[in-house]
Design a protein around this ligand. Structure first.
Ligand code: NCD
Ligand code: ZN
Ligand code: ZN
Length: 401
């Protein structure tokens, strides 16, 4: 059942090309000027086609917190946002910090319509499980308080986790970024470290201004790029997440980091909580993000704040490279047919009613954005097209090495 996507505009090597993309089964078979025979043709109408986004930081809340999200609702929202692969975080109930919990999560994730991978949680006493865990993207280490109770304060324990893991994603705020880097240096630890949701100039400097530049990668979120603490005035708890929104200067520093290569990836940190929960006095931290990440970035492209190759680098190529995800992140012959057709001229407001996340709200509600995904393909099947979602199951990602 070959599918031909006609009239695609694609970016490669700093140039824009008009091409047709032939999909065979779940792979990109040809990117060509010709019109090979196919059973089905999709007209991209000269819209840009990007590799599907790889969102390395989402909380799909299953098991245990499925009133907020689950793998089906979260993945439908992701597909609508042009995301074709997600890496889920371990702060579920139970936490994904035992082999048993990982196996359970793998079974639950089978309902996802975008490809999925897992980050394994670390605790004060699960080193043996960390060493045994197979086919994971990374080990997640929480050095600060946030949703769930995985925070670790003991630097000795942190040292052992960093030693045991080839790749650790750290939730570290402010001084804790520096502390984590110091532990790496002092103990000559060779494992790679990825700092999640870096939110301030100081954090960015701590993470990147040392000799471990290659060993350390930095992630920023759309909410820290497109909001700052002034937004708390009108949004209140709906703009409260960990780390909290920072100053305009910090926001600028993150944008500067994108331009000068200090920032390696953008990930949503999709962290849905229900409206009712956010309205309580002791509201939980976190905001949803999978549906608005690409539209926000395309809008930034339209405002000359970012190029399309940069969006592809930070949201597709680098996540695939950093987490060693096989066969994804690039529009290349032989790669998985995970892609998104984006209409760069489409203007539309973010509307809570349109959202597919179970929480049904966004801190960006009302914002008019120019540039929206219109069609998303996962493993060669269209899972999202102009408002319609198709429940076609995806699969677990595989890693090289
Ligand atoms: C996340 C959540 O709710 O799971 N919350 C958040 O504010 N970012 C946890 C996290 O990423 O720290
Ligand atoms: Zn976090
Ligand atoms: Zn998170």
């Amino acid at each position: 059942m070959p599918i031909l996507i006609k009239n695609c505009r694609i970016c490669a090597n700093g140039k824009v090309y008009s091409k047709n993309i032939l999909i065979k089964k779940d792979k990109i078979s040809k990117i060509t000027n010709k019109e090979p025979k196919a059973d089905k043709t999709i007209d991209a109408k000269n819209n840009f086609v990007l590799p599907g986004l790889i969102d390395a930081h989402v909380h799909f809340r299953e098991p245990g917190l499925t009133h907020k999200e689950d793998f089906l609702s979260g993945s439908m929202a992701a597909a609508k946002g042009g995301i074709t692969t997600i890496l889920d975080m371990p702060n579920t109930i139970p936490a994904t910090a035992t082999i048993e919990a990982l196996e359970q999560k793998k079974r639950l994730a089978a309902k996802s319509i975008v490809n999925y991978g897992f980050n394994f949680g670390s605790t004060e006493n699960n080193l043996e499980d960390i060493k045994k865990a197979k086919n994971i993207a990374a080990v997640k280490l929480y050095m600060d308080y946030t949703t769930g109770d995985l925070k670790i304060s003991d630097f000795e324990v942190i040292k052992e986790i960093l030693k045991a893991s080839k790749m650790t994603i750290i939730h570290a705020e402010d001084e804790h970024v520096k502390n984590a880097v110091d532990i790496l240096i002092k103990n000559k630890i060779k494992g790679r470290v990825h700092f999640a949701h870096v939110s301030s100039q100081r954090e960015l400097e701590y993470a990147k201004s040392n000799k471990l530049k290659k060993q350390i990668t930095v992630e920023v979120t759309p909410h820290h790029l497109f909001m700052n603490q002034n937004d708390l005035q009108h949004l209140g708890a709906f703009a409260e997440m960990k780390p909290r929104l920072k100053t305009e200067n910090d926001q600028k520093a993150l944008w500067h980091g994108i331009k000068n290569g200090m920032v390696d990836i953008i990930a949503s940190d999709h962290a849905p909580h229900l409206k009712e929960e956010k309205e309580q006095a002791n509201y939980p931290f976190g905001v949803p993000g999978v549906e608005t990440m690409l539209p926000l970035l395309l809008d930034a492209f339209n405002k000359n704040m970012m190029t399309l190759p940069k969006i592809m680098e930070l949201c597709c190529e680098n996540p695939a490279k950093i987490f060693k995800i096989k066969n994804k992140g690039f529009l290349k012959e032989g790669f998985d047919a995970d892609l998104v057709i984006a209409d760069l001229d489409k203007r539309q407001a973010v509307r809570n009613d349109d959202l597919l996340t179970k929480c049904k709200w966004s801190p960006f509600e009302g914002k008019i954005l120019k540039g929206w995904p219109v069609t998303t393909m996962v493993n060669g099947s269209v899972v999202y097209d102009n408002g319609n979602v198709f429940n076609i199951k995806a699969r677990e990602v595989q890693y090289a090495g």
